[in-house]
Design a protein around this ligand. Structure first.
Ligand SMILES: CC(C)(COP(=O)([O-])OP(=O)([O-])OC[C@H]1O[C@@H](n2cnc3c(N)ncnc32)[C@H](O)[C@@H]1OP(=O)([O-])[O-])[C@@H](O)C(=O)NCCC(=O)NCCSC(=O)C[C@@](C)(O)CC(=O)[O-]
Ligand SMILES: NC(=O)C1=CN([C@@H]2O[C@H](COP(=O)(O)OP(=O)(O)OC[C@H]3O[C@@H](n4cnc5c(N)ncnc54)[C@H](OP(=O)(O)O)[C@@H]3O)[C@@H](O)[C@H]2O)C=CC1
Length: 399
């Protein structure tokens, strides 16, 4: 199977679906789930959230041309903004000619926190907790034994003391921080269950009072990295040669590194792609957004999420590393039939693989935007598609 389908976007929508269904072996039900009114049922929606009245429909598209770690992937995207799917496909086509994206992921470890207040001796409470680390980890794992059976579960525990601020009436506090491998799940519920399970032991050991027992969305131990190396000649346009475009892209990147007003826009463009895949696959995009922007501000300065530089042979080299707490099981991925179809289209079986593709999509999206911005400007490509969308809005709805 190849994801390289020249001119795919020129086909009528029904034909596109037929072609993809046959290339990806979708069952009639899986393909049917993508049609308006056929995906999430009202009954399912009513069980997913509270006070449901209906379902909100957003277009579902696929980006073509992606080659990640030597494998072709169609990338499902659910998004309301024109030109995101086209630009991802366009860049993936260029990067494919250069050998595709290389992506890795480092760990699937998430963090849970328990906040303890009112301890009489903070340092001795900290020491006692560390001495009981094995028992606390065992207690956490007893709460979700199936996670250990899968090779995951609570792995490590650390304790920190945070000073209060008397002037503002803030108490000092102690934080028990547990590292948990949640395998193919995002793990919020798993972690929260574990943190609630260890809380009584934490109180008994410290003599303090537990307040919060919750996961952390700063998932800097669940990272994915993507890289692409593009010969300059592949970047040229009708009016500019590739070396000039490459150098302008480096200048655009430097702008984002140096100026927060530009960095936020630059990073919004990256998240355009990542969020669209997150929504399509039923993942929690708020968790991804929160973690990604916090990671971009690590070290105390908010910067570009991507890095661009000139390689040894004059190529443009791009990298993106982000926290990717995504799931192929649990949450809405397991409930929404559209998300199930999206995962099948992507042809991924594990969360780490999904994370690697998503970070490649983020890198592609950034390159697309930068290349357009430093050459013809964003308006021609983006606004032509935007104008088409406006036309659809103003034309009467077919019954
Ligand atoms: C829009 C393009 C791709 C046109 O680019 P083009 O060069 O006119 O495209 P083309 O007609 O030569 O086609 C090249 C390939 O693009 C794809 N393609 C081309 N057209 C379509 C289409 N209609 N539907 C689906 N795919 C399309 C398709 O893959 C096609 O090749 P094929 O696979 O067919 O051989 C280009 O101008 C582009 O990439 N622009 C960038 C647009 C962008 O970045 N949009 C993001 C939203 S704007 C924003 O919110 C973020 C931003 C910009 O503010 C971030 C920032 O500032 O950093
Ligand atoms: N701050 C935040 O971000 C918060 C987010 N949430 C929400 O929580 C949800 C995610 O929680 P999560 O715990 O992941 O989802 P679920 O509660 O749906 O749990 C996932 C379950 O899937 C099962 N499972 C089956 N196969 C696997 C596998 N290969 N790897 C791992 N688990 C597997 C496990 O259950 P078993 O072991 O029993 O088989 C696991 O507990 C999202 O909807 C998120 O929006 C909730 C609270 C806070």
């Amino acid at each position: 199977m190849t994801s390289r389908l020249p001119g795919f976007y020129t086909l009528p929508v029904e034909e596109r679906l037929r072609l993809i269904a046959s290339l990806c072996d979708l069952t009639p039900d899986e393909a049917h789930a993508l049609l308006p009114g056929q995906g999430l049922s009202l009954d399912q929606a009513d069980k997913m959230i509270e006070n449901a009245l209906g379902v909100f429909v957003i277009p579902f598209g696929i980006a073509t041309n992606f080659l990640v770690n030597g494998e072709s992937h169609f990338v499902p995207m659910v998004v309301e903004e024109p030109s995101i799917v086209a630009s991802a496909s366009n860049t993936a086509k260029i990067v494919r000619k250069a050998g595709g994206f290389t992506a890795t992921s480092t760990g699937r470890q998430m963090v849970g926190q328990v906040q303890v207040v009112h301890c009489s001796d903070w340092e001795s409470a900290r020491q006692r907790l560390l001495q009981k680390k094995g028992e606390l980890l065992a207690r956490a794992n007893e709460a979700r034994p199936t996670m250990t059976a899968r090779g995951g579960g609570a792995l490590d525990l650390d304790v920190k003391v945070l000073n209060g601020n008397g002037d503002r009436g803030w108490l000092p506090m102690l934080v028990v921080q547990v590292t948990i491998d949640t395998r193919d799940a995002m793990g919020a519920n798993v972690i929260d269950t574990m943190m609630e399970a260890i809380a009584p032991d934490v109180e008994a050991i410290t003599g303090g009072t537990v307040y919060l027992r919750i996961l952390s969305n700063y998932t800097d131990t669940c990272l994915a990295q993507a890289q692409c190396t593009i010969p300059a000649e592949l970047l040229g346009t009708k009016t500019l040669d590739g070396v000039e475009v490459r150098d302008r892209i480096i200048a655009a990147y430097a702008f984002a590194e140096l100026d927060i007003y530009r960095a936020v826009t630059h990073n919004k463009g990256i998240m355009n792609g990542i969020d669209a895949v997150a929504v399509a696959t039923g993942n929690d995009w708020r968790a991804l957004e929160a973690a990604a922007h916090a990671y971009a501000a690590r070290g105390g300065r908010y910067r570009s999420m991507t890095e661009w530089e000139i390689g040894e042979h004059g190529e443009l080299v791009g990298r993106l590393e982000l926290p990717m707490p995504v799931a192929t099981v649990g949450g809405a991925t397991s409930v929404n039939p559209v998300a199930k179809t999206a995962l099948k289209l992507l042809n991924v079986t594990h969360a780490a693989q999904l994370a690697e593709i998503m970070v490649s999509v983020g890198l592609a999206q950034n390159l697309a935007a930068l290349r357009a911005l430093v050459t013809e400007g964003i308006q021609r490509g983006h606004m032509a598609l935007h104008a088409r969308a406006r036309q659809a809005i103003s034309s009467p709805v077919k019954q």
